[in-house]
Write a protein that binds this ligand. Structure first.
Ligand SMILES: *[C@@H]1O[C@H](CO)[C@@H](O)[C@H](O)[C@H]1NC(C)=O
Length: 613
């Protein structure tokens, strides 16, 4: 027996010694085991992220918890502020365990205090995106059955607009201000200022357990109204572990500018920071000009990024003091490989920890090695606890390929496949609130055996021979033209190499009388540079097959982005290429002349089919 164990250990060692990432993999394994042990303890005897916060309050009450603009708050102050708010909400809002309250606020300390207050009452917090208005806002509010809406003072007018509908539903609306002159909107600040800051008895939340919903976080999705992903206490724990995998320790200072209404900012950022007992520098929103000064001023060591942020930072004029800061770690997702290399060269030795995941997903990856371009790395321990697969996907039919028995087919290493995560007790998919249809749509049944169930991430990924995972495409980010697949990100990458192009967003637009979609790009030009139709034509001709070349180019001064700095595509695609509707400069690719200004004549010729595309 002992010989057998020894042999196994030796065999594993040998395999690993041939792996240059051995130490990182081992480190990952140790962290994963530690986290696993901790989570199983939490499962046995439940404690929440709030308990973790209270532990930190007891351990280091005077440590700075939050820095915001010119103010700073210790752990103890944050605790007391949230006690007062909890008492006010209990008395005036009549909130109790299990109730849901929606937060409609920008990034500010009160966002954090109100959420802590709700947690102390055993309530669920729905985190509304503060950019949404009218019908969307009402929809998001209503789909989680909230009893109470808590509004930041600056968002008063947005709520006033939907107040009649809210009152009809019997909703209580509180605004974070000392008085309110709007009927049906009650002031909250005056009430909590008078309340006691004594701790609230834990019995108020005695029935909260691992499976209880903790939050609703809205995911924008590609079509339709936002969906409220149900985030239960277990999911909160899973998301906060990311900082551990990234190697964050309690002495770190986290810079948080991502919106608190989203998973990256709220769970991975704030939640992770609480669990580690960090100091958080909170900003209302991202500012490219203040970014590094803020980091210097507060000795920030960890930053988060998403989408295009890293490119914005690299696009600023170079400065002497670019490397003068204490940032050692950046974690997030969506950095392009070229930006990654630029960023390191420009801002010095910062570990970039690219991650992959989604709010409602039961699967995620971390690139803990720092391999440029990869969004994660496979690890056998992870696969054991979270079974997943990459399956063959038919982009034409927009569904997974099935074999003669009706089962899905795993792609071999090196090939692109659709990532699906097995839904099980340990890797649940909680779905969307009051949206059975969308919840069912994310589930894939009978994948490898009759009756099994997987979560469909909608992402096409590829794993290389060394086990690194690369993002290829999100279903929907590919369109078809002339029977060929066009990957929008790939076309955008090519456009970005043209010297006058600062940003590019590629999508497909429908053309009457044609199957599929034809390529279109929105470009933002570099400062003081002109659009050169000839040069860009030459470039796309050199680098892109004819079906992938954007037939239309639209120029915008400011690129439309979602609240999480991702590019908007659906809305742009709907707007199409009609020069009578679009007021931005618009160009058409004429095969003989290159990009020429789009005219009504060209438009008519295309729609009538006299101009062949
Ligand atoms: C930042 O670090 C420096 C030296 O390490 C120290 O002198 C300074 O007080 C720190 N600043 C803050 C805001 O903690």
């Amino acid at each position: 027996m002992i010989a057998y164990i020894l042999f196994t250990v030796l065999a594993i060692l040998l395999v690993y010694l041939r792996n240059p990432y051995f130490m990182s993999d081992l480190n990952y394994a140790v962290t994963a085991i530690r986290i696993g042990v901790r989570l199983s303890k939490i499962k046995k005897s439940f404690s929440s992220i709030l308990d973790s916060f209270l532990e930190k309050v007891a351990k280091h009450p005077q440590k700075t918890f939050l820095i915001f603009e010119e103010s700073s708050y210790t752990y103890s102050q944050a605790d007391k502020e949230s006690n007062k708010i909890a008492r006010a909400l209990q008395t005036h809002g009549r909130l109790k365990e299990g109730d849901t309250a929606a937060l409609f606020m920008g990034n500010e300390p009160h966002f954090v205090w109100v959420w802590l207050a709700l947690a102390k009452l055993g309530c669920v917090a729905a985190l509304l995106n503060y950019n949404i208005r009218s019908r969307s806002l009402l929809h998001c509010f209503s789909c989680c059955d909230a009893k109470v809406l808590i509004v930041g003072a600056d968002l008063r007018d947005a709520v006033k607009e939907i107040l009649p509908a809210l009152r009809e539903q019997g909703t209580r609306v509180f605004i974070l201000s000392d008085h309110s002159d709007v009927e049906g909107m009650e002031s909250l600040s005056d009430k909590f200022e008078k309340a006691s800051d004594e701790p609230l008895p834990p019995q108020l939340r005695a029935n909260v357990d691992l499976k209880s919903p903790a939050l609703y976080i809205y995911t924008s999705g590609t079509t339709g109204l936002p969906k409220a992903a149900i985030v239960n206490q277990e999911r909160v724990w899973m998301a906060t572990t990311l900082l551990s995998f990234a190697g964050v320790h309690s002495s770190d200072v986290l810079y948080l500018y991502l919106p608190l209404y989203h998973t990256a900012g709220f769970l991975m950022g704030l939640g992770g920071a609480i669990d580690k007992g960090l100091t958080v520098v909170l900003r209302r929103k991202f500012s490219v000009s203040n970014f590094w000064n803020d980091c210097r001023k507060h000795n920030v060591t960890v930053i988060q990024y998403i989408g295009e942020i890293m490119r914005y930072l690299c696009n600023t004029p170079k400065k002497e003091n670019d490397k003068d800061h204490k940032v050692r770690l950046a974690l997030g997702n969506g950095i392009r490989p070229d930006t990654w290399a630029d960023f390191l060269e420009r801002f010095g030795n910062i570990r970039i920890c690219e991650c992959y995941g989604a709010t409602e997903s039961n699967i995620g990856f971390v690139n803990y090695v720092g391999k440029i371009g990869a969004i994660g790395r496979e690890h056998f321990l992870y696969k054991m606890s979270c079974p997943y697969a990459f399956i063959r996907y038919d982009t034409e039919k927009e569904e997974p390929v099935r074999d003669s028995k009706g089962f899905c087919i795993e792609v071999p290493k090196g090939e692109t496949g659709l990532l699906v995560g097995k839904i099980g007790n340990r890797n649940p998919f909680s779905g969307y609130a009051k949206n059975k249809q969308q919840t069912e749509k994310k589930k894939l049944k009978d994948v490898f055996v009759q009756g099994d169930l997987y979560f469909n991430t909608g992402d096409l990924l590829r794993v290389d021979k060394e086990g690194f995972v690369y993002f290829q495409d999100r279903i929907g980010d590919t369109f078809r033209w002339k029977g060929e697949n066009v990957a929008t990100t790939e076309v955008a990458d090519h456009l970005l190499t043209v010297d006058f192009v600062e940003e590019a967003n590629v999508y497909g637009v429908k053309v009457p009388g044609h199957e599929g979609r034809i390529g279109m790009a929105v470009l933002k030009l570099r400062e003081n540079m002109e659009f050169d139709g000839k040069a860009i034509h030459q470039h796309v001709k050199n680098y892109l097959p004819s079906y992938a070349r954007p037939r239309f180019i639209r120029i915008q001064d400011v690129m439309a982005l979602t609240g999480t700095y991702k590019q908007l595509k659906v809305k742009l695609a709907e707007e199409g290429f009609n020069p009578a509707i679009i007021t931005d400069p618009l160009f058409f690719l004429d095969d003989s002349k290159g990009y020429v200004p789009m005219t009504q004549e060209i438009f008519t010729a295309i729609t009538e089919g006299t101009l062949k595309l």
